[in-house]
Design a protein around this ligand. Structure first.
Ligand SMILES: [Zn+2]
Length: 156
């Protein structure tokens, strides 16, 4: 049961895989110095055992593709006047642009830092993506300790 009464307007990202809440937050470009953010870690969930929940006040513009890439079973609730106005079940994105970085040192994107990072989904079950330049395969399934997920690597 998610308590949403602490948020008037904003988003609640629910059913996040336990341990990924901070990673998601870091990844969403949320300014934690000015936005009101709550991260609940290891909440008990009927559905998945343990989960993280992230609540962000007054922010509604988030990158759903990035969220789906990192944790496709999370759900996003948009809150308006303390009420859930919209609920979105994330999906594994088919194509990701400038979210993950190719780790092949010989890839053109490693040499030309202005080249966009383009990946296509090739295996939904294993969440494997192929670099569109060099065919390097990156799996998003696993420990999420992969060093190639760093938004600050991209100029935005
Ligand atoms: Zn590549």
């Amino acid at each position: 049961m998610v308590v949403i009464d602490s948020i008037k307007n904003g988003i609640v990202i629910d059913h996040i895989t336990a341990g990924l809440g901070m990673k998601l937050l870091e990844y969403l470009d949320i300014d934690t110095s000015s936005d009101t953010v709550a991260v609940i870690m290891n909440a008990v969930s009927n559905k998945y055992g343990r989960k993280d929940v992230v609540k962000i006040e007054n922010v509604t513009d988030i990158d759903l593709a990035a969220l789906g890439l990192i944790d496709p079973k999370a759900t996003v609730n948009y809150i308006v006047d303390h009420v859930i106005s919209q609920k979105i079940n994330l999906t594994v994105p088919e194509r990701v642009v400038n979210i993950i970085k190719c780790k092949n040192p010989r890839c053109v994107t490693s040499v030309e830092t202005n080249a966009p990072q383009l990946f296509s989904l090739i295996d939904k079950e294993n969440r494997e993506y192929r670099c569109e330049y060099c065919d390097e395969i990156i799996s998003m399934k696993g420990g999420y300790n992969n060093e190639f997920i760093h938004r600050q690597w991209f100029d935005r």
